[in-house]
Design a protein around this ligand. Structure first.
Ligand code: ADP
Ligand code: GLC
Length: 485
């Protein structure tokens, strides 16, 4: 049987480009789907660094004019990824971030940049590249939200469309005056189309028009139908509940493998957990922390934002120190929170160590060296760092929301199943509840046998893409079956 062709469309995909979990997922799910009988090609923008990674690229499509400049699509492979890069230098050939300039401000032409991505994705979906006729298109987040809209309003060939919402707080909202430039007809400005609070909503378009919507955890799929988590979209999502489901993310267990991770000072498995001590020591040196193997080392690998609860974390620092702990952090984000992190470090030399920035290798060393990973998010569609933590035997301390609640099971005294606990959950998402969780973790830390047992439970969890890929495959097949194909 030949594999079913799929087009996946995202604004980032690891290793070509990554600012967060979207990049991890868009880079790892397509290869995982090949075991399920799907041949996925991934369309993303040709940012300069991505272009540099694509060897022997072949042009498969060209457009003399796309939002003010010439564009083409280059095909190639990077690792296990079958990549299609949208090479449009006037839109993507620039320094700075993927979405923001060097000063951290949104690019003023983001509406055009990501409409271009969706427009070309629609061309590909309709057979514009020789030998590629996708039967399913999988669009990720607002940057690919207009793809289902282009397919609906253009007419012609229309593969099954799946839209995955990774985070409802990034909505891609733009003025209505943009409509003619987008190449969409006036009737697209409708309540069941792209219209959103009088403007144009890219995320909203994806949610309203795709045949099926997924989110990245079952709990988030439920949460977003309520005003507390729906970010204004709860009505639409409740209306579309019949075609909304949650599929947990996995992580690339080849890339995140404590037994083979080149970023670690010492590689280890559940049988050689004692070797983690070398990573902890290396981390303490790297971050200027006191060399103390007995101090409970709390870790954070995160964007520093309101979503991630960075403010709560800083407010709970006294509890971490009071229980004799240390804090190691790698993160970047909002200026005020970055300043808060720097201030905490300055005020607590040897006990708080931080790198403010994005550092992939350090993220790996953190997972292999910290004792507990803190993820006090106010909302969390899935979260990947707690999955990495489980795999590396760092016990996650997480708020009871979204994917965190779905993936970490609380180690409490009531555990009836002896293998159940693999971390600590807290709720509500407040400083006080977080402080209690920190104290609970510290109490277990003083029972080394019990801590070890929890580490083994954590490391035994299946955090791979195997099960999630199966769930996406089942979804794709059911959509194809429903159209009689
Ligand atoms: P989100 O996508 O909301 O930021 P996730 O937990 O899904 O959160 O994914 C975050 C990804 O980005 C993980 O792979 C994590 O290791 C990585 N990451 C986050 N911050 C940093 C950082 N400062 N340095 C290196 N990697 C980071
Ligand atoms: C988003 C979410 C995060 C999720 C990631 C990948 O960035 O904030 O929870 O893990 O997407 O799906």
């Amino acid at each position: 049987m030949t594999a079913t062709p799929v087009l996946s469309v995202a604004s980032e995909a690891f290793p070509l480009a990554k600012t967060g979990g979207l990049g991890d997922v868009a880079g790892a799910l397509p290869p995982a789907l090949s075991a399920e009988g799907f041949a996925v090609r991934t369309l993303m923008p040709a940012y300069p660094e991505a272009l540099g990674m694509l060897r022997d690229a072949q042009p498969v499509l060209s457009r003399p004019s796309l939002f003010g400049g010439a564009a083409r699509v280059l095909a190639g492979r990077v690792g296990d990824l079958d990549v299609l890069l949208l090479d449009a230098p006037h839109l993507f050939g620039r320094g700075g971030g993927l979405y923001v300039d060097t000063a951290g401000k949104e690019w003023p032409d983001n509406a055009q940049r990501f409409a271009a991505l969706s427009q070309v994705a629609a061309d590909l979906a309709q057979g514009a590249a020789p030998g590629f006729l996708p039967e399913v298109v999988h669009a990720h987040d607002w940057q690919a939200g207009l793809l289902p809209a282009y397919l609906r309003y253009r007419g012609g060939r229309r593969p099954a469309t799946v839209f995955t919402a990774h985070n409802l707080s990034f909505q891609g909202q733009f003025p209505a005056a943009l409509l003619p430039a987008l190449g969409l007809p006036p009737e697209a400005m409708a309540i069941d189309g792209i219209e959103y609070f009088g403007g144009i909503g890219y995320l909203k378009a994806g949610l309203a028009i795709a045949d099926h919507i997924t989110t990245v955890s079952p709990r988030y799929a439920m949460e977003i139908r309520t005003p507390e988590f729906g970010m204004g979209l709860e009505g639409l999502l409740a209306h579309r509940a019949a075609v909304l489901s949650g599929i947990l993310n996995g992580i690339d267990t080849g890339l995140w493998n404590p037994q083979a991770d080149a970023a670690l000072a010492a590689r280890f498995s559940a049988e050689t957990l004692a070797r983690r001590a070398e990573n902890k020591a290396a981390l303490q040196v790297r971050l200027g922390l006191a060399q103390d193997p007995r101090a409970l080392l709390f870790g954070v690998v995160s964007r520093l934002t309101w979503q991630k609860g960075t403010d709560l974390l800083l407010a709970a620092l006294p509890e971490m120190l009071r229980v004799g702990g240390q804090l190691a952090l790698v993160g970047s984000g909002e200026a005020e929170l970055e300043a808060g992190v720097r201030a905490a470090q300055a005020a607590n030399p040897g006990r708080v160590g931080a790198v403010v920035g994005f550092d992939e290798n350090l993220a790996h060393l953190m997972q292999g060296g910290v004792d507990a990973l803190l993820v006090p998010s106010r909302f969390e569609p899935c979260g990947l760092t707690q999955l990495c933590a489980l795999r590396y035997g760092a016990l996650p301390i997480v708020s009871r929301v979204g994917g965190l609640a779905d993936t970490v099971s609380d180690a409490n005294e009531m555990d009836l199943v002896p293998t159940a606990g693999n971390g600590f959950q807290f709720g509500p998402v407040t400083r006080e509840a977080l402080a209690i969780a920190i104290e609970r973790a510290a109490a277990v830390w003083h029972e080394p046998e019990r801590w070890r047992r929890l580490q083994r439970h954590a490391m035994a969890a299946d955090v791979s893409w195997r099960k999630p890929a199966r769930a996406y495959a089942a979804l794709f097949r059911s959509l194809l079956a429903a159209r009689g194909g």
